[in-house]
Design a binder for this molecule. Structure first.
Ligand code: GDP
Ligand code: MG
Length: 176
């Protein structure tokens, strides 16, 4: 049995759903009104990748610091992968995704000098009537800014959570 451990960062504007995403992914259920149950340092998610391979993800959430855009360098250190999250009902959070990606690339790189693989996730896709960010906008943005994958998700409905994480794991394994 072989096990790989990866540090994965979750970044994005305040209230896009990062903490809820981590909790739901780790606990496999929707956790409303979350306080600080997850998020001291990181939460651990084990993924059975194949018969012989288990992946352990250390998911680093930024609890509150995102408001000030002053994330400590230690947070980025040793990261193997990243999720930049925005809220599909909040255009500002989508615009911020560019800055978050730039911050990631300026603060950390892989040991081989490559960029840290990063997934772009548009959350709250259940709020159909309030959605302001379109598929084509995200498509263009993700290609221009070097994301390895992008998709929409609804943590609330439990949709689109595991697929993008699998894409990230694939990429992290290739970079190992
Ligand atoms: P964070 O600041 O990025 O960590 O965001 P939180 O995880 O604290 O979530 C902010 C708010 O968005 C909370 O009230 C969540 O319940 C809500 N939320 C998170 N994911 C979803 C989702 O997929 N759909 C909807 N409608 N609300 C969500
Ligand atoms: Mg949070």
């Amino acid at each position: 049995m072989c096990e790989s451990v990866f540090k994965v960062l979750l970044i994005g504007d305040h209230s896009v759903g990062k903490t809820t995403f981590v909790a739901s992914y780790v606990l496999n259920k929707w956790v409303p009104n979350l306080k600080t149950t997850v998020g001291a340092d990181y939460a651990v998610k084990s993924v059975k990748w194949s018969e012989t391979e288990t992946i352990r993800l250390h998911l680093w959430d930024i609890a509150g610091q995102e408001r000030f855009h002053s994330i400590a360098r230690t947070y980025f250190r040793g990261a193997s992968g990243c999720v930049v999250m925005f809220d599909v009902t909040n255009n500002k959070s989508f615009e911020s995704a560019r800055e978050w990606k730039q911050e990631l690339d300026s603060k950390v790189e892989l040991p081989n000098g490559e960029k840290v693989p990063c997934v772009l996730l548009g959350n709250k896709d259940d709020l159909v009537d309030k959605k302001v960010v379109t598929q084509s906008q995200v498509d263009k943005f993700a290609r221009e800014n070097g994301f390895i994958h992008y998709s929409f998700c609804s943590v609330k409905e439990g949709k689109g959570i595991t697929e993008p994480m699998s894409e990230l794991i694939k990429c992290m394994l290739e970079q190992e």
